[in-house]
Design a protein around this ligand. Structure first.
Ligand code: SF4
Length: 446
């Protein structure tokens, strides 16, 4: 069968879609890049924001026309929205053949094959902790010389229950993969050409703590031990990870990152709010000061580090003063990038029981202010790079200008440059910065 996968949402979903492709190809099926040529359409959905759900439902609804023309077409939905809505999704979209929950991802191939043989609507939804073992051994299909970047899921699910978040309900409790399994996957990816690996999980820094939500004691961090083992893979050049919860950054983890050959000095550290009152209501277990303490500790171990973050504006009851505190923390840390979300209640999450009290225009305005602060800050920081020489991992032809190539620094700055003969994606090269744009830099290869 020819299969087309459309992925919504986070990097974890992207990684799951890669794993689906790996399983399907191994079972003799073919991946295709358009809906028209496919026998099976799979929508890997997201539930984290209302808009993401609306987009996926709209798209699957639109596929009804294609199914009317080609009744043999199999259409399925998986991912967080499929887990959340289950049978309701099949009722709402009767042309949908199956929904596959997040605890059942490893059963995709037999499920699709059984639907082809015996046409019927199926909802396969289960709260299962076996999923991680099931997903662990499914890699990308084949060695791809252009595949310099790869992603590995190291944890799944979350035990933290932030009040606005639906992840613990749709992805289940937190599980960590075996370290030996992750290292074997990394070695296989590196042998097939990967030079940068992104470690993924809802809370990667809690890796190996058995789901304990209390911060690990000083000197203890299984995540640091994993980074150290991956750091010893000779041809691996860079390791990135996302997302870590701030309270897991202790001396052991910070020391391991600072001493590492490969771990990038770019940390995504979700803030969500700079107001202690709002943080408490979000059930985030840190304060403004303890968050800034983590930033300071990381910065003193790695003075060149850059930070990015996630922030929610318009959480129920967020006042102008709360918002100003968020703005102040953001300016103080000087994030290089921020993902700013306007609060929307997610059915099932605790905060959805509260009135969504901040008007839409106020959320829009707060979002606009933070984006403007970010734009001004990034412009200033990029100008400070002029004349410096930096090391980039070459990514390939620039998506915006086919005559240029681009690469990224370990601190996650995007640099564009003229290519030279013999340049290949995945190489490390030195670049002198000659021009600063509003979001990226330009330079010359040395
Ligand atoms: S840490 Fe909080 S925001 Fe992140 S996935 Fe877990 S519950 Fe959601």
């Amino acid at each position: 069968m020819k299969i087309y996968i459309k992925t919504y949402g986070c990097q974890m979903n992207e990684r799951d879609s890669e794993a689906f492709a790996g399983m399907l190809v191994k079972a003799g099926h073919t991946m295709v890049s358009s809906e028209e040529e496919a026998d099976v359409l799979l929508f890997n959905t997201c539930s984290v924001r209302e808009q993401a759900e609306r987009k996926a439902i709209g798209k699957i609804g639109y596929m009804r026309k294609l199914k009317n023309r080609r009744p043999d077409l199999i259409i399925g939905a998986t991912g967080c929205m499929a887990q959340r809505l289950g049978n309701r999704l099949l009722e709402e979209l009767p042309h949908l053949d199956f929904v596959l929950g997040t605890g059942q991802l490893h059963t995709l191939v037999p499920l699709v094959e059984s639907i082809r043989a015996d046409r019927r609507q199926v909802a396969s939804i289960l709260e299962s902790e076996a999923v991680l073992t099931g997903m662990g051994s499914h890699f990308r299909p084949a060695a791809d010389p252009g595949n310099w970047h790869a992603q590995i899921a190291i944890t799944r699910g979350c035990n933290r229950f932030c009040s606005y978040c639906i992840v613990p309900y749709v992805r289940g409790r937190e599980i960590s993969r075996e370290r030996s399994d992750i290292v074997a996957e990394a070695k296989e990816l590196v042998a097939s050409g990967a030079r940068e690996i992104m470690l993924l999980g809802q809370n990667v820094a809690a890796y190996g703590l058995g789901g304990n939500i209390n911060p690990p004691p000083p000197g203890h961090s299984p995540f640091a031990e994993l980074l150290e083992e991956l750091d010893r893979i000779p041809e691996l050049l860079r390791i990135r990870f996302t997302s870590p919860y701030p309270t897991y950054f202790n001396d052991r983890l910070i020391g391991a990152i600072a001493a590492s050959r490969t771990v990038c000095h770019n940390i995504h550290l979700p803030l969500q709010s700079g107001s202690d009152r709002v943080l408490r209501e979000m059930n985030r277990q840190y304060t403004r000061d303890s968050y800034l303490g983590v930033v300071d500790a990381i910065r003193s171990a790695m003075p060149d580090v850059t930070f990015s973050t996630d922030v929610i504006v318009g959480f129920p009851g967020e006042t102008d003063e709360d918002f100003e505190q968020t703005r102040e923390v953001m300016n103080r840390v000087g994030f290089d990038n921020s993902f700013i979300f306007k609060y929307s209640p997610r059915p099932g999450a605790k905060s959805a029981e509260r009135v969504d009290s901040v008007p839409r225009e106020v959320k829009e305005e707060r979002n606009r202010i933070l984006l403007e602060d970010l734009r001004a800050r990034v412009e200033k920081t990029l100008k400070q790079q002029l004349g410096t020489t930096v090391e980039v991992l070459v990514e390939g032809v620039s998506p915006r200008n086919p005559e240029r190539w681009c690469g990224r620094t370990g601190t996650n700055r995007l640099i564009h440059f003229e290519p030279v003969d013999g340049l290949q994606p995945g190489m490390l090269r030195q670049v002198r910065i000659t021009r600063a744009g509003s979001v990226s830099l330009f330079g010359e290869l040395i």
